[in-house]
Design a protein around this ligand. Structure first.
Ligand SMILES: *Cc1c(COP(=O)(O)O)cnc(C)c1O
Length: 420
């Protein structure tokens, strides 16, 4: 599944059964548009491949935390991977259950640990010895035993952008592979912790299976050693990170990816363990687009600019990772295209959304920025005092406003001026 929920009908881009022109007129721009069918299809590709196995899917909330999006997944039976107390609250508000939540992240505060313990999350993915000690202390105060896995850093290169590769020795994430066995011994000795699994997450936008197999093999070797030391590893969490097609990438199809990993785990004699997947981008990325309107065309000596009403505060990925998002006119014109840098109104040269794009456009035209369902609204900000965009979800021929556009007064409602 890539763009089939967002296709042209009679020369107009549609989201499922609804014209993008209608959406822009009704809700304004910039506007995030999600497709329930696309979210469902992407999630079901994981769930179907897991059928008949002791495997489950925890959707990574950080990719897209909108309550309606999380609720669609919760209705499909998904669990969730969270990285903050805020995300815990989101999942619960969206109809998810704590028993289906794994809690990841390098810097969990005592407060967040308390919230997660009281809610009763399934597992804490612990990333350091210091965190083991903190969690043990907090669990002791609450009279609880915290279920834990250690996030092991298998030191494999996922061949992705340096900012989104997380399983190398030089990354801040996880416990070093060589220290993992002793970290498990330390965990086993702590009274208020219960070792239940092992975890890794090697990066994001990974387009090959090989790095996963490398990481998995190392993890399974470690599991054997850890169990020889007396702990019991009930589950193996292989993390998230499967890539999507933004332009010409050809990631493995989800079903193949899942089946290959499960087969490897079974072939190596670990088929009795439960397997967790933590997809974010691959279940939400291509289920959303960002609609924006062309404000001005600005021809230049070296470059032509198309200045649009969306900006880096709405979609940070190009500015942050030089990420490519396809940009298509909502109502394509037959005129000859010109080459534009598509940029926003924010006062930063880094505020661009697409570079050197051949587009036949006029001021007032609508553009669709593709693949904006993951790390898009979730990373948006109010920089330049820009209210964050509205989000809608299309479901067949219906449209639901799932987050109202922010208003300017809301942006400084919590601020105050000095009394004198
Ligand atoms: C971000 C993250 C994910 C999801 O990654 P994607 O690349 O979006 O699939 C899964 N697990 C952990 C621990 C993460 O930090």
């Amino acid at each position: 599944m890539s763009h089939s929920a967002f296709a042209y009908v009679d020369g107009v881009l549609h989201a499922e059964g609804v014209s993008a022109v209608t959406l822009a007129e009704r809700f304004g721009t910039p506007l995030f548009v999600y497709s329930r069918a696309a979210l469902t299809e992407a999630y079901q590709a994981y769930a179907k491949a897991c059928e008949g196995h002791r495997a489950c899917v925890h959707v990574a909330v950080k990719a897209n935390g909108n309550l309606a999006v999380l609720n669609v997944f919760a209705r499909l039976g998904a669990g969730f991977d969270i990285v903050s107390g805020g995300e815990l609250a989101r999942v619960l508000a969206a109809g998810g259950q704590a028993k289906d939540i794994v809690f990841s992240g390098v810097g969990k505060s005592e407060d967040e640990m308390r919230q997660a313990l009281d809610a009763g999350v399934k597992c804490f993915n612990v990333e350091s010895i210091a965190e083991l000690d903190r969690l043990n202390a907090v669990a002791g105060q609450r009279g609880k035993k915290a279920p834990i896995s250690l996030r092991v850093n298998p030191d494999v290169d996922p061949k992705t952008h340096p900012y989104i590769s997380t399983g190398l020795k030089a990354n801040k994430f996880g416990v070093a592979f060589d220290e993992a066995r002793s970290a498990y011994r330390a965990a086993a000795a702590l009274e208020h912790l219960e070792v239940v699994g092992i975890d890794c997450h090697i990066g994001s936008q990974i387009t090959e299976i090989a790095p996963y197999i490398d990481a998995l093999d190392k993890l399974l070797d470690l599991v054997t050693q850890i169990e020889a030391d007396g702990a019991r590893i009930r589950h193996i969490d292989v993390g998230g990170g499967l890539g999507i097609t933004y332009s010409t990438e050809t990631p493995p199809e989800t079903g193949l990816f899942v089946r290959t990993l499960l087969a490897r785990i079974e072939a190596r004699g670990h088929g009795h363990r439960e397997v967790f997947f933590e997809p974010g981008r691959s279940v939400t990325g291509n289920a959303g687009i960002l609609l924006t309107r062309v404000e001005f065309l600005k021809p230049g000596a070296e470059k032509n600019f198309a200045i649009v009403d969306a900006a880096m505060n709405d979609l940070a990925r190009p500015a942050m990772y030089q990420a490519y998002h396809a940009i298509d006119p909502v109502v394509p014109r037959q005129d000859a295209p010109h080459v534009y840098d598509v940029v926003g109104p924010v006062c930063e040269s880094g505020d661009w959304l697409g570079r050197e794009r051949a587009l036949a456009i006029e001021p007032g035209d609508l553009l669709a920025i593709r693949s904006a369902g993951a790390y898009s609204f979730a990373m948006s900000s109010n920089y330049n005092t820009r209210p964050r965009a509205a989000e809608v979800m299309v479901d067949g021929g219906e449209v639901h406003l799932v987050r109202a556009r922010e208003t300017v007064p809301e942006l400084f409602a919590g601020e105050s001026i000095l009394p004198r």
